[in-house]
Design a protein. Structure first.
Length: 254
């Protein structure tokens, strides 16, 4: 009897999370998605997943609060009896000058992006261990973990912490044959107005383009597949070479 695989994608109602959820459904997963403020978007994604013949469930939670994370996973356990792939995608992008950063700014970003990732991954892994599932966990971080962009004194270090956390989780979960990997996208074409003009960014991107949501989603699917059974504790940077540039583009010839 074939086992029906289940994936859980946080922040699955918009942007990269939406693309990941839909791609996994197309590859045969039943999909759970979490959302906080994008319920309408999550409902649209769930509807599209169901038209693909796959099951979809929505869980609403503030991922900066551990009690809500615990409740969300309890609700998940009541609806699904397994978890094969967990993608921690939810994150808050909030940048500001260092000298203008407030405690509220700091807490919002660290609360969702690091604390939320830590405890969501913990609960996903606990469920996999209890069920004896040799699953895959993929954490969506950012190339801000490596770069030094302006107004990112909170966001950058938080993403660095998230990426390093993925390595530590991979070490401790290896005994259970649960693999943990991290993806660090750069500029990604989500359609969000906050991203600004692509043309204004190409000067610092060697390949002269943005990453697509579909590319990130396919990478998540790969990391969750048997083809990646030897990959754990790895970080995949998907930024079209942006991290390679430290000087004027003319000096590199692109």
């Amino acid at each position: 009897m074939d086992i029906q695989k289940v994936a859980f994608v946080t922040g699955g109602g918009t942007g990269i999370g939406k693309g990941i959820a839909l791609t996994l459904a197309k590859k045969g997963y039943d999909v759970a998605i979490s959302c906080r403020e994008s319920l309408k978007g999550a409902e649209a994604v769930a509807s599209e997943i169901r038209t693909l013949g796959r099951r979809a469930e929505i869980f609403s939670a503030d991922l900066s609060k551990v009690d809500e994370i615990l409740r969300m996973f309890q609700d998940f356990r009541e609806k699904f009896d397994r978890l094969d792939l967990f993608c921690n995608n939810a994150g808050l992008t909030e940048k500001m000058p260092f000298l203008e950063t407030t405690e509220e700014n700091f807490d919002r970003v660290t609360g969702v992006d690091f604390k939320g990732a830590f405890f969501c991954v913990k609960e996903a892994a606990k469920f996999m261990v209890e069920k004896g599932i040799q699953g895959s966990i993929v954490i969506i971080s950012s190339n801000n973990a490596e770069a030094h962009y302006a107004n990112s004194a909170v966001y950058g270090p938080v993403k660095a912490a998230v990426s390093k956390f993925g390595e530590h989780a991979a070490i401790e979960l290896a005994r259970y044959r649960i693999r943990v990997n991290t993806i660090e996208p750069g500029y990604t074409d989500t359609g969000s107005p906050r991203m600004g003009s692509k043309d204004d960014t190409y000067y610092k991107i060697p390949l002269g383009k943005w990453t697509t949501v579909e590319e990130v989603a396919e990478a998540v699917a790969y990391l969750g597949s048997p083809l990646a059974s030897s990959v754990t504790g790895a970080t995949l940077v998907m930024d079209n070479g942006a991290l390679l540039v430290s000087d004027k583009r003319e000096l590199y010839g692109f």
